[in-house]
Ligand binder design. Sequence first.
Ligand code: ADP
Ligand code: ZN
Length: 752
Amino acid sequence: MSLIDVALALPLYRTFTYSVPEGTTGSVAAGSRVIVPFHGGRELGIVVGTGVANDAVRVKSIAAAPDEGPVLSDAMIALCRWIADYYVAPLGVALRAALPAALTGAEAPEPTRAKRRVARLRGELPSLMQREKVFARAPQQRALYELIEAVGGSAAVESLQEKLHFSSSVLKGLATRGLVDVEDETVARDPFLSRARMSPARHTPTEAQRHAIARLSAAPPGHVALLHGVTGSGKTLVYLELLRRVVIEQNRTAIVLVPEIALTPQTVDRFRAEFGDRIAVLHSALSTGERYDAWLALARGEKRIAVGARSAIFAPLRDLGAIIVDEEHESSYKQGESPRYHAREVAIVRARAAGAVVVLGSATPSLESWTNATSGKYELLTLPDRAGGASLPEVRVVDLRVERTTTTPPPAADVTFRLAVSEPLETALRDRLAKKEQSILLLNRRGYSAFIQCGTCGDVTVCPNCSISLTYHRTPEQLVCHYCQHVEPLQLACVRCGGQRLRQRGLGTQQVERLLSERFPDARVARMDVDTTSGKWAHTEILDRVGAGHVDILLGTQMIAKGLDFPNVTLVGVIDADVGINLPDFRASERCFQLLSQVAGRAGRGPKGGEVLIQTRTPSHHAVRCAVTHDYHRFVEQELAGRHDPPYPPDVRLANVVVSGTQEEATATFAATAAAWMRDLLAAKPALRVSVIGPAPCPVERVKQRWRWHVLLKSDRPADLGRMVNYLARRLEVPRQFGLRMTIDRDPQQLM
Ligand code: ADP
Ligand code: ZN
């Protein structure tokens, strides 16, 4: 009878010893799954080594060993051990993150559905004037009609009903009146597979591209390079060439990480054009079963390149030769729940162990990666110019403060439109419409208006579960909490004072879309935000329509800022550059600069050139100023200077300890206990160089009915910080009352 050491995906920082009964047929080698008895129930565990007998405890037998062989390699277990240690997560939780859902028992593989019901707009779209008449007594029908219009003219009935809360009677009404067809549509198993395949574009590399490719080809195992290339500089060509050498010439394997597959169909198309069947695209629209199929194909070596978001870093590839992290600055690489890993950092650790080369690519690298590159820890490779002779677009600032006072007061009907679109931006839009060129407008706020405020007492309608204002949505009409998805109907009177002058404040994408289609009735406007992209393929549908020239103005949130390469887009307008710039987060300016630079980079990628207009009330803010001049270096210099005192990353590393609970006082008290515990620890271990800040309420004090406090830890010695948080997680007991919880977020991406 042998003993094995088993890690369970439970919030316990230890592993357990089990015995393997005679006659067990399945694999119990390290990396295999086993079903074990635990506290009267059964748990799925992963074997991580041989067990050690302990006379004091009676060792239990495993219940089953379902696998024929290990599902995780030794290298993957080692990587998970690093994640568990660095990000302070139980080993079993880190191991679970490395497996596809089909193997974690969390979800059973779902059968692929072959058909879905789709609602499709029928005939000519009525003009705005006609709409007033057609929908005079049916505002709900109008809302639904316009929603389907906004998502590209057709939408799955299921998503309309489930995610957007439209009742079937509204849809039936539209169908009865002949405005909408409802029909069954066969769903392609994987729409990426059915996309028209492009033939690979063969450009002659520029001098800068050639240099980068040469350096990467000659790089020693474990080498990390930061590829800093301005928008449109041709980073993709460098990636493709590196992959060709690694995968085709050396017969090794590779991983390509992108922030979000749905937003980058063009990039994925280019990889598929080049490598065809060697690629497994791991996108979020895959069912559990399809994802497992892809995982198996990678594990068996049938596919040699994994392309995907964050979790693709765990692709079960052997003989890994390269890892590419595109848009390495994107915060979506950080997982928001345990294990709170950052895929970029995991990529570097995995590549070092495997002897692979890492390329971190961005036009606006994170300050962390930039500092590592300038200090010589990473190699810095630069693509300073746009490829193919294009130049960076000219960027102009429209100072909304000046605009407001110097123009003659507009007629009343224009007031709201002017809040969204200044005169210069309107002129530029008109010009593009006349020339049949395309425009992209960014407004990083979804919904109709940002919040509702009482004109009498000033009260703002907030979420009952979170300390955050509710956003007014018009299609369908309701107030929505963007933190917890709480939904409530719009009130007619203020709940506090009963006043009836409820005002909508702050523009959202829904409202700007409406304003645009009223002002430019002939323009084809598409809106892209979380609300119009709930269908699995909605992103791709909208972007394909833009690419095909069926959209004149693409309006959207930050999802439109990335990766798009449309040569006919000659104008980019930023409706409000100041959204988010004043958030109480030390990365607020960096995020703003990145967003403005990225969206500006969508303009002028073709021979017609391009122009960018940024509307702002803070034109002198360095994030805005440096985006206008495309000056990354100057931005970094100023931003770094602001992170010395008080110190913030990259000067120091952070760990955010968040305490939450259902009762306000208990939460605050436990946060104080935790902070005191940490200060005592520091007093007892003077060699640990960590500073403890707080406790303080989190900037968003309450989320989903839980109060939140935090303690921030800073250190310039990562190992010290690691020891401290590991002590904390293991030794400080969390009281079992008021739902108290403590989470530790190492290298947090946001402190809200
Ligand atoms: P980035 O990802 O750096 O923003 P892309 O890789 O999307 O840039 O390339 C931008 C555009 O430049 C693409 O349309 C691409 O086909 C083109 N391109 C890339 N390299 C070259 C080159 N060497 N010569 C001509 N065009 C190029
Ligand atoms: Zn809420």
